[in-house]
Design a protein around this ligand. Structure first.
Ligand code: 5GP
Ligand code: ZN
Length: 142
């Protein structure tokens, strides 16, 4: 736990939140700046900074909780789809440095849904460049 971390404060109950689900290792709560109706966050109770820092067991547990609450969003809120989003690093839009998955219900009804796709779909990349990057990643992954 970090004294400076707002999500550690939420997990500890020192910062108010609208709780949706909780188990031994994860905590799910509503986002206060929702991109759609029902937008929530799932965090590990144990502090980790981001995707590169989180331990595998916490990452697995957070992902499973995200699936549980996504199913609830579809069943209870009538969501037409769900996006999972993680921002890792300030340059990737991370603003709170305690790992979290956004669970964002999506709706055909745009009065409930303010999201837009952050890249332009359908613009084909250079296949040689794509293959070269893929080959570098393939050699680097462990
Ligand atoms: P990030 O930009 O790091 O991926 O997402 C951080 C999210 O945390 C934002 O969507 C923001 O609205 C949410 N957030 C920041 N502070 C609080 C807070 O005190 N309570 C809640 N419930 N959400 C917060
Ligand atoms: Zn924290």
């Amino acid at each position: 736990m970090s004294d400076q971390c707002v999500f550690c404060g939420i997990v500890a109950g020192n910062v108010p939140s609208v709780k949706v689900a909780e188990d031994d290792t994860t905590y799910a709560f509503m986002d206060i700046n929702p991109g759609s109706d029902g937008h929530l966050l799932v965090v590990p109770k144990r502090h980790s900074r981001d995707l590169l820092d989180i331990q595998a067991d916490d990452l697995a547990a957070v992902t499973l909780t995200a699936q549980r609450v996504a199913k609830a969003a579809v069943k209870e809120l009538g969501a037409d789809g769900v996006n999972l989003l993680n921002c890792c690093g300030a340059d990737a839009w991370q603003t709170v440095f305690h790992f979290h998955l956004h669970v964002i219900p999506r709706y055909v009804d745009k009065t409930k849904d303010r999201l837009v796709l952050p890249w332009q779909p359908g613009i084909r990349g250079d296949m040689d460049a794509i293959a070269a990057l893929g080959n570098r990643l393939s050699a680097a992954v462990n």
